[in-house]
Design a protein around this ligand. Structure first.
Ligand SMILES: Cc1cc2nc3c(=O)[nH]c(=O)nc-3n(C[C@H](O)[C@H](O)[C@H](O)COP(=O)(O)OP(=O)(O)OC[C@H]3O[C@@H](n4cnc5c(N)ncnc54)[C@H](O)[C@@H]3O)c2cc1C
Ligand SMILES: *[C@@H]1O[C@H](CO)[C@@H](O)[C@H](O)[C@H]1NC(C)=O
Length: 452
């Protein structure tokens, strides 16, 4: 069914933030919305793929921030969907650091190095707070690499690229607690987005049949005028609305894939330019049998190499999916970029060499490998936004501030929770509330005008 050519609100993107925004609008009486999604599915960066007989998460994998005084809203959504999760205990990861000859660093040595790294990170944060007080944005993102030995580099990677709560004052942990639960559900983490969408869109036999959700609709241009917005698709379709909510990632905004008429004001483009991105790649190799240690305190292990972030952080999937014989190794940023641009066979070869360093030459070859490519995905261009530890209020405000009739949402517009599912979810709610308020004001202005 074709959607009407004019709606109250067009929502670009059907990830968690776009769907949450749409839901709040419909719950507040704004029913004539139109959701335009470039891909053939909803969920965005919450995305499972069936691999080796189980569902693995290419994007978000954990519900981060559980067990504190305030309940994490995503944890509550997960409970409503009875999402299957496993507690991840990262506290032992420094006990399982392998060097290139397969020896595990003695606990005292690793623990000592870990403690020193945490102290220096805490010190660094304190200095930053004192010197720039959240002032200069560009300087705060530069990590001064002080780590040198492979062990120090591995620990530095896990503390910073993995955001261990003891190293940084991360609002998610402060507000919601330090518990992290791995989603291990055949329906995937994206089930939460499906559930939300099913709550307000028309469905039949479990399928969404609602012309207000249009898949495979690639937005290329948004024209914003005094009285309306006009959205043009790659396929030439044009839709009008009173307002637009744009939920595409910061990577897509930076890529200029979507053009604006007139062009965005300087304060907006500058903020988009300034905000950094993180690329985070979870690579899953599968084996005919398991050869890694299992049992308590063994789920996470590390590889210490002289190149920082080179296949450093590993997890076995036995707790999530017993008998699946799947491992996952996480690469970030430069290493992600490198791996995205080479073939999966090359990546598998590198991963096998690393595993043979750790577990010996006789381990079996992998039977398959799954390598997500977030950076090269033109509808993502990153994994998530990267604000400096001390976030800059001005940049966040500019990133989320509306421009004319275009409102912005998405994980990158969340001041406290950027980079997380709950950040995207709460941003969607916030943005639609701000828009409802604007719509109320506009109605008021109009009625003043026509009333005698
Ligand atoms: C590898 C990875 C690991 C992560 N790990 C975690 C984790 O463990 N825990 C956690 O809480 N968070 C994690 N995150 C972050 C979390 O996934 C995101 O913060 C959240 O899903 C973002 O939701 P969103 O709605 O802001 O954006 P998205 O989900 O990206 O939604 C935006 C939508 O816009 C669509 N779109 C883009 N361009 C266009 C266009 N031109 N026209 C129409 N539609 C378009 C996209 O296809 C997408 O569906 C991870 C993310 C990644 C990638
Ligand atoms: C693994 O694969 C390589 C190259 O394909 C091959 O030379 C090697 O013998 C295999 N090893 C095992 C243990 O099967």
């Amino acid at each position: 069914m074709d959607p009407p050519s004019r709606s109250s609100v067009i929502i670009v993107g059907a990830g968690v933030s776009g769907i949450a925004a749409a839901k709040v609008l419909t719950e507040n009486g704004v029913e004539d919305i139109l959701i335009l999604e470039a891909t053939d599915r909803i969920g965005g960066r919450m995305r499972k793929e069936v691999f080796g007989g189980v569902s693995v998460e290419l994007g978000a994998g954990w519900i981060v921030g559980v067990g504190g005084k305030v309940p994490n809203p995503v944890w509550e959504l997960a409970a409503k969907s009875s999402l299957r999760t496993c507690l991840s205990d990262f506290s032992h990861v420094s006990y399982n650091i392998y060097d290139r000859s397969g020896k595990v660093f003695p606990r005292e040595v690793a623990a000592d190095s870990y403690r020193k790294a945490v102290d220096s990170a805490t010190e660094k944060t304190r200095n930053q707070q004192e010197t720039d007080g959240g002032g200069d944005f560009s300087g705060a993102t530069e990590p001064p690499p002080t780590a040198k030995t492979p062990l120090e580099l591995a620990i530095d990677f896990v503390l910073h690229d993995y955001e261990m709560p003891e190293a940084q004052p991360i609002p998610t942990y402060l507000d919601y607690g330090e518990g992290e639960y791995l989603v291990a559900d055949e329906r995937g983490y994206e089930e939460l987005v499906h559930k939300m969408a099913h709550d307000f869109l028309v469905t039949s036999e479990g399928k969404i049949l609602d012309s207000r959700l249009q898949l495979n609709k690639v937005v290329r241009e948004i024209q914003y005028l005094r009285s309306r917005v006009t959205v043009t698709m790659e396929d030439g379709c044009v839709y009008d609305a009173n307002y637009a909510i744009l939920s595409v990632s910061i990577g897509v905004l930076k890529s200029d894939f979507i053009s604006f008429q007139p062009s965005m004001p300087g304060w907006k483009t500058e903020a988009i330019e300034k905000l950094d991105v993180t690329v985070y790649t979870k690579i899953y190799p599968k084996f005919p049998e398991k050869f890694w240690p299992c049992g308590p305190e063994k789920e996470f292990f590390m590889y210490a190499h002289e190149r920082r972030g080179y296949y450093t952080f590993w997890q076995h999937m036995e707790n999530a999916y017993p008998g699946s014989n799947i491992l996952v190794v996480t690469l970030t940023n430069g290493e992600s970029k490198r791996v995205e641009s080479q073939s999966d066979e090359e990546t598998l070869k590198e991963a096998m060499e690393v595993l043979r360093d750790m577990f010996g030459p006789n381990i079996p070859n992998a039977t398959g490998i799954l390598v997500p490519r977030w950076l090269n995905d033109k509808f993502q261009r990153c994994s998530y936004s990267k604000y400096p530890v001390i976030s800059n209020h001005q940049v966040v405000q500019s990133i989320k501030a509306p421009v004319g009739r275009i409102f912005f949402t998405g994980e990158h517009t969340s001041e406290r929770f950027s980079g997380y599912v709950h950040g995207g979810y709460l941003a969607g709610i916030d943005t639609s509330k701000a828009l409802l308020e604007e719509m109320r004001k506009e109605k008021e202005r109009k009625s003043e005008f026509v009333d005698p």
